[in-house]
Design a protein around this ligand. Structure first.
Ligand SMILES: Cc1ncc(COP(=O)(O)O)c(C=O)c1O
Length: 394
């Protein structure tokens, strides 16, 4: 067989304004080219401590069990679901988007039974519907998606939902993949028992080390399981030996991803978490003002607008793939289309982490306006661009 002749790696220069990953901060990229140490090196053990402390700050929690799971967001999602769910458990999951369905699939694989809180895609969960589902199914665990990336919907009333679950003695798992580090999230104050996330969204890292936090009540359930977790790799009772006091080998941590996460979290701490939430609202607010003035509408109602992921309704007769391809090819900007029930109906425009900057939103709003005008859609590109500019001056 001939030697493969593969050219040097040279990815195109993109502006990442889709549902993730987002643009990586240069400091994070630099941290990834620093020398490797071993995963049990005393210096790495200190780095692990730093990451845990910083993650607690970003999650707004005092939970001891706060770690990055090796793998992407689905790995920390599966760590949460598979460790909490024992065979025979009933788990109430959200029916209002794509990631609730993934949660249900993971519950079933863990030997549990998934039951849904019904809600249309694009709406948040209604506390009354959650209460009714609790009365009907008496679940052991309640999972919800705080920031549903498939629909651009933010779940309001989180403390109300967690209170309902706790009154029924259930544990709460929150998907915070698209909210951590970008949208207000208070794990302890809001009564969330377990929260999982990813690092390539509002934390702006390359994907690979995914935050997870569990309070003592949740960890007690994990440690008291009658049957071992089916996944050896994600078994938290084993992982605690590495991330807990012993620092004993379980698997080789993705060292470079942990460096990246540490640097990204340091950037969050330097900015201040509340300031970071405010920046996302301000910059994404300009995006919202721009698309609105252009003549487009956001899919979710104002009360559950998700700054980190803006779901914009497509004008009549416009094909989402044509717009997405034009933005990528002509402007180097990545956005995405809808999934599931909203496929072909919306564009999904991310405004996350290092991508959530005024100049990026201005570039996106004018590129989108020009592209739609070129497709003869009924939009006013100039009005959109000036509304976004005005919003940023406020
Ligand atoms: C809300 C939500 N949950 C879970 C995931 C899964 O994360 P990953 O694709 O990093 O495995 C995603 C990814 O987009 C997400 O948006």
């Amino acid at each position: 067989m001939d030697r493969p002749r593969v050219g040097e790696l040279s990815p195109p220069d993109r502006l990442l304004m889709g549902p993730g990953p987002s643009d990586v901060h240069p400091r994070v990229l630099r941290s990834m080219s620093t020398p490797l140490v071993g995963h049990l090196d005393p210096s790495f053990v200190e780095i692990m401590d730093d990451v845990q402390e910083l993650l607690r700050y970003v999650f707004r929690t005092d939970n001891q069990w706060t770690i990055p799971v090796s793998g992407t967001g689905s790995a920390s999602m599966e760590a949460a679901v598979a460790n909490l769910t024992e065979p025979g458990d009933t788990v109430l999951v959200p029916g209002n988007g794509y990631f609730g369905e993934r949660m249900a699939a993971m519950v079933e694989r863990a030997g549990g039974e998934a039951v849904f809180v019904e809600a249309p895609w694009g709406d948040p969960l209604d506390p009354a519907a959650v209460e009714a589902a609790f009365d009907r199914h008496q679940p052991d665990i309640f999972g919800f998606v705080h920031a549903e990336t498939s629909t651009g919907t933010l779940q309001p009333n989180v403390p109300e939902l967690t209170s309902i679950a706790h009154e029924h003695d259930a544990l709460v798992i929150a998907d915070t993949v698209t909210s951590l580090g970008g949208v207000e999230l208070r794990v302890d104050e809001w009564g969330i028992d377990v929260a999982y996330s990813a690092d390539q969204k509002c934390l702006s890292c390359p994907p690979g080390a995914s935050p997870l936090t569990l309070n003592d009540r949740a960890m007690d359930k994990v440690l008291a399981r009658e049957t071992p977790v089916r996944s050896w790799y994600l078994d938290l009772s084993l992982l605690q030996e590495y991330w807990g006091d012993e620092r004993a080998y379980h698997h080789t941590a993705p060292i470079t991803n942990v460096y990246a996460l540490r640097e990204a979290l340091r950037l969050v701490a330097e900015e201040g978490i509340e300031n970071r939430w405010a920046r996302h609202r301000r910059v994404a607010g300009a995006l919202k003002a721009g698309v609105d003035a252009m003549g487009l509408a956001l899919n979710p109602e104002e009360d559950w607008w998700l700054p980190s992921l803006n779901a914009v309704r497509l004008p009549a007769g416009v094909d989402d793939g044509t717009v997405i391809d034009a933005l990528l090819e002509e402007y180097g900007i990545e956005i995405a289309g809808g999934l599931g029930d909203l496929s072909g109906e919306i564009l999904r425009i991310g405004c996350m982490g290092h991508s959530a900057r005024p100049e990026n939103v201005l570039a996106l709003v004018s590129a989108l306006g020009n592209t739609l005008e070129a497709l003869d859609a009924d939009v006013d590109a100039d009005a959109g661009a000036s509304a976004a500019r005005r919003a940023l001056k406020r």
